[in-house]
Design a protein around this ligand. Structure first.
Ligand SMILES: [Fe+2]
Ligand SMILES: [Fe+2]
Length: 317
């Protein structure tokens, strides 16, 4: 993508957690809601049309590009993204690190990132902003992941070089997240459905948080962003929900999943003055309706209205 520093408006489209696969065995997966993975072959063209209709200048994928992390899942997902004809970039998610990291390595090779170059971090100038793609999928304790020392050094340098400018950071796990599932009671469920109903009980609160995992050294990332002198908006996936909050001058936006309710993308329209960041339903996929399981009381996954459409002014107070 050509770097440019013009003041004209730009549109980035953030999508996340597509969990692309053509495997049929994924049909009964249940996360927050029923995830419709076995229908990707059927709806892939609709996703391409939806994305093209939004006319973004580029697409940023916040990870869990694939479901099983295999090279074939990656190839399948890549064919869908390429069909949009729009430049796209992805950070690896925890699912892309499955299967011995085959999907993550395929992403790395495709982008010309040699194994010896270590972390998967990349950046680009885009209109008034710098876009930073941060790999936070180095292994941590249990289900946790981490940004390794190379990723931290890389981000520190990038923020220094872009002091005073807006920086959009994309990582898979959220750097900061206030939407603890513990607040909502029953959420993540079993690993199966029986005739459309939950086959076993949900996991609650802290157990859910533990199962989902987090960035072990998120505190370091937060401090880097807070002290950077940049207007930083940190986009992430992994939680599969819409969420937005500001903390110590940094803005945090969680991008929902494409393959389960609420089946949305996030549009960021920005110029030199600021960014409007808002949710964009991908209605024609039909996955939203199919994945909505009323007994899960999952309307909260859409996010509060004030989280779904926000204007972030550039230039820090
Ligand atoms: Fe995911
Ligand atoms: Fe994830």
């Amino acid at each position: 993508m050509p770097a440019n520093s013009g003041t004209a408006g730009r549109r980035l489209l953030f999508i996340s957690d597509t969990h692309f696969t053509r495997e049929r065995g994924a049909e009964n997966t249940v996360w927050l809601n029923r995830a419709i993975l076995n229908r990707w072959e059927a709806v892939k063209d609709r996703l391409v049309r939806e994305i093209k209709a939004l006319r973004p200048d580029a697409i940023i994928h916040c990870g869990d590009f694939t479901q099983f992390g295999t090279a074939d899942d990656y190839k399948f997902g890549k064919s869908i993204m390429d069909a949009t004809g729009i430049a796209w970039h992805a950070v690896p998610g925890n699912h892309d690190a499955l299967a011995g990291g085959a999907a993550k390595n395929a992403m790395r090779r495709e982008r010309g990132i040699a194994e010896r170059d270590g972390c998967f971090c990349r950046s680009m100038a885009f209109g008034a902003a710098a876009v930073a793609l941060l790999d936070v999928c180095a292994p941590g304790e249990g289900a946790n992941f981490a940004a390794d020392s190379r990723a931290l050094d890389w981000l520190a340098r990038l923020l220094e070089e872009n002091r005073g400018r807006p920086v959009f950071l994309a990582s898979h796990h959220p750097v900061s997240n206030k939407a603890s599932v513990a607040r909502y009671g029953t959420i993540l469920g079993s690993d199966g459905l029986d005739g459309g109903r939950l086959a076993s009980g949900p996991v609650r609160g802290r157990d859910f948080d533990r199962a989902l995992g987090k960035i072990e050294n998120a505190g370091k990332l937060k401090r880097l962003l807070e002290r950077s002198g940049c207007t930083a908006i940190a986009f992430s996936g992994h939680w599969h929900i819409n969420a937005f909050h500001a903390s110590n001058g940094v803005y945090y936006r969680t991008v929902p999943s494409v393959c389960e309710y609420p089946c949305e993308a996030v549009i960021a329209d920005f110029d030199a003055r600021g960014a409007r960041v808002r949710s964009a339903p991908l209605s024609s996929l039909g996955l939203r309706e199919e994945s909505l399981i009323a007994e899960r009381r999952n309307a909260w996954a859409e996010g509060a209205r004030r989280a779904r459409d926000v204007f972030v002014p550039f230039g820090r107070a």
